[in-house]
Design a protein around this ligand. Structure first.
Ligand SMILES: Cc1ncc(C[n+]2csc(CCOP(=O)(O)OP(=O)(O)O)c2C)c(N)n1
Length: 698
């Protein structure tokens, strides 16, 4: 039955609403909730988290269009049903069936997700999806779409950094976002009063987001208010926040005992006054839209339908262990291409500028987002200067918040299906974004391939602020500006990590990274931004590597996951040196010095991609030389370099004639500022040369 609902605001009309259909959706959510609660108690599956008291969210979604995006939280079963009409999905996920539309049975139930229905993949980290939702809204606005993004969360979850980030994204960029805080007064055992000082609405308004309080037990008011706010957002008036007051009718989850923290009286009062399904049913009867008997009839029909659906779902296939490695990471399949453009000698910074220009040239929606990147200087290192001067609007300066930056680029990538680039000024400061990065890398796995997060995170890492390379001068970056960073990214499943050593590789690999469907960390070593090719001790350029300072014009790509094997000298290899980034140059200098004194050859394996690294190239180099040194500029603690060393011990042991050597920085927090201490911190060509000599003498 369709009822004309007058919106509360002047001159705004909510669309006519089929109140019976809405009631049925809310009732379906409640009955499904009750069914699943019982099944969990019967031990049919391990976990359930309920929606009872939050069915109002069906009214919120009813006021949105199909093209609007949803970022739901775990109590939003009614929102799922309103958008998809799919009663099988939640059952399939609870029973962990391969047919599950959200995660194919791979994640806990109630992680709502569907690319087809524009429902972003729900995550367990409360509000963890919010910075991505901001990114989707950013892309939608940039492309002048009509769509808005509705992002919901609990009131406890609104205290997270992630939620504050989304609020700031929405406010600063005037994003088409409707943020909904579903306040049921409890965050497990903690009451709302602990979450903010003062009012959430005032807090949001102070941040620059229009906000209102709404009684979620009044379904018509919730629908009307949503419709009015949506109209306001669609007209370009910026984001809005709705503080929706609800009641929680069940314990937090199947793992919580409600009586342990809530009084009998409070539970009884909540049940009597804050049951949206009962309240809406009463409204339907009082307003002549249905009779009590109709409501009872709906209940019976829906219950029978759910029972039938459950029986069907139980016949469906459960996952098997052999799929556990599916959808972890998508390394793009490299299409061989021969660079045709004229070669010019160029710095790595020049090559990166060119690569970003190529991406903007080919894809009008490509952008780089980060601190200062839109200034004429092109960020503090000048990597986006070409974008700023030649491709206006493709380098966009951000607020000073790394999680916000990654969220915008990642969400925009999800919206577009293509990688957008976040620039983190110094890798040390990616720390506030770690949760968002980890989630970005996990989304294809948890959604069983339904979603992917194409994303490039470019960041200056390691020693050096951009000055010329020398054997020890590393630029005085000290703590906060000189961490290497590979450990932070290579340990994240689903992430690709690249660290180029030469301008030619930097351009080709950055262009290939933009083809990836998995997030890529692109580590740019500060010392290499403007470096010359390395020289040997006599001051001669080392030809084997110097050629990679010549960079072709135009577009070309290089394969991810493939090392570059550099043979210094002639004849069979007597030493394999595994390195990446700056240490490739130091290793080449050391190798050239040894070879010019003693003849023979040494192979420097430049990994280029750290995850996934080129196992074949390492194994082949070790097999030939029977001696190996792993060199890293990371501190001598748990490190990516240690991982490579351990892999060699495990996989190449019988090809080794002596102990595999390991050279790293010392076990201190980061390079000190003072020159002498800084030089003592980092390994350099002298250390490598000494180690080569020692191993050759063994
Ligand atoms: C970042 C994070 N911290 C802690 C948790 C554990 N946890 C799960 S739900 C929850 C409470 C959330 O409360 P609220 O947002 O008010 O939602 P409600 O469950 O009351 O609907 C907590 C602490 C989590 N999932 N994520």
């Amino acid at each position: 039955m369709t009822v004309d609902i007058k919106a509360t605001g002047a001159n705004t009309l909510a669309q006519p609403l089929d109140v019976i259909a809405l009631y049925k959706t809310m009732l379906t959510a409640r009955l499904m909730n009750d069914l699943l609660k019982v099944r969990k108690t019967q031990g049919r599956f391990p976990f359930y988290i309920g929606c009872a008291g939050h069915e109002t969210m069906a009214a919120v979604v009813a006021a949105l269009d199909e093209e609007d995006w949803l970022a739901l939280y775990y109590r939003d079963l009614a929102a799922w049903l309103q958008r998809t009409g799919d009663i099988y999905g939640p059952l399939r996920e609870a029973y962990s069936r391969v047919t599950g539309p959200m995660c194919a049975g791979r994640n806990m139930p109630a992680h709502y997700s569907s690319k087809q229905h524009r429902i972003l993949p729900g995550v367990s980290e409360v509000s963890g999806l919010a910075p991505f939702a901001g990114g989707v809204a950013f892309a939608a606005k940039r492309q002048n779409e009509n769509a808005i993004v509705m992002c919901s969360t609990g009131e406890g979850s609104s205290a997270t950094n992630d939620f504050s980030v989304a609020l700031r994204q929405a406010a600063v960029h005037r994003l088409p976002m409707l943020l909904i805080v579903e306040d049921n007064n409890w965050a497990i055992t903690t009451p709302s009063s602990v979450q903010w000082a003062g009012s959430l609405v005032e807090w949001a308004k102070g941040a620059g987001v229009y906000a209102e309080e709404v009684d979620g037990n009044d379904i018509i008011q919730t629908y009307e208010t949503t419709a009015r706010l949506v109209q306001q957002i669609r007209s370009g008036n910026g984001p809005a926040l709705m503080h929706l007051h609800l009641g929680l009718l069940d314990p937090h989850s199947s793992s919580t005992d409600i009586k342990a923290y809530r009084s009998k009286e409070e539970i009884a009062l909540t049940t009597a006054t804050k049951d949206p399904v009962k309240n809406f049913g009463r409204w339907l009867v009082e307003n002549g839209h249905a009779r009590e008997e109709d409501l009872e009839c709906f209940r019976k029909e829906i219950r029978a339908e759910l029972d039938r659906a459950e029986q069907e779902v139980l016949k469906e296939q459960e996952p098997t262990g052999d799929r556990v490695l599916e959808h972890v990471v998508y390394v793009p399949e490299w299409r061989e291409n021969i660079p045709r453009g004229a070669k010019r000698r160029m710095t790595m910074l020049g090559a990166i500028n060119e690569a970003l220009g190529e991406l903007a040239e080919r894809d009008p929606q490509f952008f780089v987002y980060g601190q200062d990147v839109g200034s004429p200087r092109g960020g503090v290192f000048g990597a986006t200067a070409t974008l700023v001067s030649k491709y206006p609007g493709h380098a966009i300066s951000s607020p000073l918040n790394e999680q916000l930056i990654v969220g915008i680029a990642a969400g925009a990538g999800m919206h577009d299906g293509k990688a957008r680039c976040a620039e983190i000024q110094f890798v040390d400061y990616h720390q506030s974004a770690t949760q968002t990065i980890r989630l970005a890398a996990r989304m294809s796995y948890q959604s069983f391939g339904d979603w992917s997060v194409p994303l490039i995170i470019r960041t200056k890492s390691g020693s050096g602020g951009g000055g010329p390379i020398s054997s020890s001068g590393s630029g005085g970056g000290a703590y906060g500006h000189s961490n290497a960073g590979e450990l932070w990214f290579t340990h994240v499943p689903g992430m690709i990590t690249i660290c180029p050593a030469t301008p030619f590789d930097a351009k080709g690999l950055l262009l290939e990274a933009a083809r990836s469907k998995s997030p890529v960390a692109f580590l740019e070593r500060g010392r290499l931004y403007r470096s010359e090719p390395p020289k040997d001790g006599a001051g001669n350029s080392i030809a084997e590597i110097a050629e990679y300072w010549s960079v072709p014009e135009g577009y070309y790509t290089l394969p991810i996951g493939k090392a570059r094997r550099l043979r210094i000298g002639q004849g069979p290899s007597q030493m394999a040196i595994i390195a990446w980034g700056t240490m490739v140059l130091e290793a080449c200098t050391a190798a050239a010095n040894v070879v010019s004194r003693e003849g023979g050859s040494i192979e420097v394996v430049d990994l280029r991609t750290l995850a996934p690294f080129d196992e074949e190239a390492i194994a082949a180099a070790v097999k030939e030389a029977n001696r190996v040194i792993v060199v890293t500029e990371e501190a001598d603690l748990t490190s990516f370099g240690r991982h490579i060393h351990s892999w060699i011990v495990q996989n190449c042991f019988y090809d080794l004639d002596c102990t595999p050597a390991f050279i790293s920085a010392v076990a201190a927090p980061a390079a000190p500022y003072s020159a002498a201490e800084e030089a003592a911190f980092y390994p350099d060509a002298t250390d490598i040369e000494a180690k080569i000599e020692a191993l050759l003498a063994e």
